[in-house]
Design a binder for this molecule. Sequence first.
Ligand SMILES: [Zn+2]
Length: 209
Amino acid sequence: MTHNCVSVHEYLEYLKTAANEDRFWYIKEGKTVRPSLSNSNTQTGNMANFRYKAASGSDRYVQVCEWKGELRVDLREWNGDKPTKNGISLTLMRWMNFVNAIEYVGKTVEQKLSYGNHLGGNVLCNVAKNSVYVDIRQYWKPQEEVVPTKKGLCLRPSEYSRLKQWISEIGRALPELDGVVPCYLQGDHMNQLGALQCSECNPDDFTKW
Ligand SMILES: [Zn+2]
């Protein structure tokens, strides 16, 4: 069995390295391509089907793609035309939770406060105190503690502000977002048990309820 778990120490080192590198998230040309869902590459089941790709001048991209039949917003570092493991693919609901929080995230960065938001399914958006980096990352709980994995992206200030600028453009490529209702607003979450049994809201213990 393989996994991408890293120790907290490794993770902090990773953040430091990312912070020292001065790569920018240039989005030069945004293109909206809308292949039909039935037109996807069924032969290569996991082949992403690009809908929207905001090209960057360096190696980080945001794109709307289809993966295993599900639309996702993918934030990722690329090596040439190959995706690397550095990045995260957000379901529409998790993306929506991020978008809803983005103004607030910006304020906490300005005020140098720490911030943490659970986007769902152990994907967290974190800002460390006195930090200017916004980290979106998959966590998991191997034992007692919930720990970060390498699946994620630590957004530099320029990347974060560009992503913010592109939110409405991404939304136009993704009209499906209009139909997404966050699970915590759905009827079965109106009582506490519903939320406890939800794999998005309570990813580590939902089976225990
Ligand atoms: Zn839920």
